[in-house]
Design a protein around this ligand. Structure first.
Ligand SMILES: Cc1ncc(C[n+]2csc(CCOP(=O)(O)OP(=O)(O)O)c2C)c(N)n1
Ligand code: SF4
Length: 317
C-alpha cells in the first residue's frame, strides 16, 4: 500500500492494516450494549495508528467488558476477575515494545481489583486502561457494583443500593504518580474516539473511565445524561481532548480546564452533576516503572545464571 505525502513524495507501507485486521470473533454482547461502540472506536484507532496486530495486546479480567480480547484480532489475555492490571504490568515490564491495553469493568477494577488499580496507577507503566463503567455487575446478571447509584434496585439490594456510589475519578486523582485521567461516554463516538486517541498517545498509564450503557441490567443508570446533554459538562482546553468544533454544539455546558492543574481536576471530579467528560489531568513527566525496572532485561541467560551463582556463593555458610 502507498499514499501521497504533503511534500508529494510517496509514503510506502510494507503492510497496511484495515479495520478487518483488528477484528476477532463476532461480539456476543447484547444488542444496544455500549461495549460495541467502544470496540469500534478501538479498532479504528488501531487502524489509524497502524498498530501491528502482533505487537498489540488486550488484557482483561472477567465480566461482559472483559470479553473484549476475544473480539480483537490482536494478542489477548482474558484473565481472572480483578487481575487484568497485574497481568498487563507484567507484560509491559518484560516486553516494553508491545502496545498494552486493558479492558476492565467497574466490578472488575473498583471492587475485587482495587489493590491492583491503586498500585498500577502508582507504577505508571505505559498502558492504556479502559474502564467500562455501567454501574452494575453485568455478566453475573445485576448485582450492586461500587459505582451503582444510591437506590439502584439490584439482585443483591432488591430494596435499592444503600451506599452512595464510589467516585473512581477522585480516587485515581489522589494516587501518587497519577499521570492521565479522562472520562468519556460510549454514546458519543466522536468524543470517545478522541479520548482513546489521546490516552494512547500518553506515555504512562492512561486511566479512562467510559460511562457505558447496560440496557439489560441497568437501563436507568445512564438514561438521563444520554437523553439530556445538559447533564454533561464538556471540559475543553488546548491541552485537553482535541474535538472538532461541530461537536461543541452538542454540549450546552462547557468549561475551560487546564489538565495540568491537579487540584482543579479534583474539584471538577468531585462534582458528579453535571457529569464531567474530557481530560481531567495530564502530567507527561511522571517516571514510568518499566524504565526504572528494565535494567538487565536483555542480559543473556548465562550472565543471569552467573550473577545468581555469585549471590548464592555470598550467602553460602
Ligand atoms: C474471584 C471471582 N469472584 C467473583 C466472580 C464472579 N464474577 C464474574 S464477572 C463479575 C462482575 C462483573 O462486573 P463488571 O466488572 O462490572 O463487568 P460487566 O460484566 O458489568 O462488564 C463477577 C462478580 C468471578 N468470576 N471470580
Ligand atoms: S448484560 Fe449489559 S453489559 Fe453485559 S453485554 Fe448485556 S448489555 Fe452489555
Amino acid at each position: 500500500m502507498f499514499g501521497l505525502k504533503a511534500d508529494w513524495s510517496l509514503d510506502i507501507h510494507e503492510r497496511y492494516f484495515t479495520i478487518g485486521d483488528y477484528a476477532g470473533g463476532e461480539a456476543r454482547w447484547c444488542p444496544g450494549c455500549g461495549d460495541h461502540g467502544i470496540l469500534v472506536a478501538l479498532q479504528r484507532i488501531c487502524r489509524d495508528e497502524q498498530l501491528p496486530p502482533e505487537k498489540s495486546v488486550m488484557v482483561s479480567g472477567i465480566g461482559c467488558s472483559s470479553r473484549f480480547p476475544h473480539y480483537m484480532g490482536t494478542y489477548g489475555f482474558h484473565g481472572l476477575h480483578g487481575r487484568a492490571l497485574p497481568v498487563a504490568c507484567g507484560i509491559k515490564s518484560r516486553r516494553p515494545e508491545l502496545d498494552v491495553w486493558v479492558a476492565t469493568g467497574d466490578g472488575d477494577c473498583f471492587s475485587i481489583g482495587t489493590a491492583h488499580w491503586i498500585h498500577a496507577i502508582r507504577y505508571n507503566m505505559d498502558i492504556t486502561v479502559l474502564v467500562f463503567d455501567n454501574g452494575v455487575y453485568g455478566l453475573t446478571k445485576k448485582q450492586t457494583s461500587p459505582t451503582s447509584p444510591l437506590g439502584l434496585k439490584t439482585n443483591t439490594h432488591p430494596g435499592g443500593a444503600v451506599l452512595a456510589a464510589h467516585n473512581p475519578l477522585t480516587v485515581t486523582l489522589g494516587i501518587t504518580n497519577v499521570s492521565f485521567v479522562a472520562q468519556t461516554i460510549d454514546w458519543n463516538p466522536v468524543h470517545l474516539h478522541a479520548t482513546l486517541k489521546a490516552a494512547h498517545a500518553h506515555k504512562g498509564l492512561s486511566f479512562v473511565r467510559i460511562l457505558q450503557r447496560c440496557p439489560v441490567y441497568a437501563p436507568t443508570v445512564l438514561q438521563e445524561p444520554q437523553n439530556d446533554p445538559s447533564q454533561l459538562l464538556l471540559l475543553t482546553h488546548d491541552k485537553g481532548i482535541g474535538v472538532e468544533k461541530n461537536l461543541l454544539r452538542s454540549f450546552p455546558n462547557q468549561r475551560q480546564h487546564d489538565p495540568s492543574e491537579l487540584a482543579t481536576a479534583w474539584q471538577i471530579a468531585v462534582e458528579t452533576l453535571p457529569i464531567p467528560i474530557g481530560l481531567l489531568y495530564h502530567n507527561p513527566d511522571v517516571p514510568r516503572y518499566e524504565e526504572l525496572s528494565s535494567q538487565g532485561k536483555d542480559m543473556p541467560i548465562e550472565e543471569k545464571l552467573d550473577a545468581l551463582e555469585r549471590i548464592f556463593d555470598r550467602l553460602a555458610v
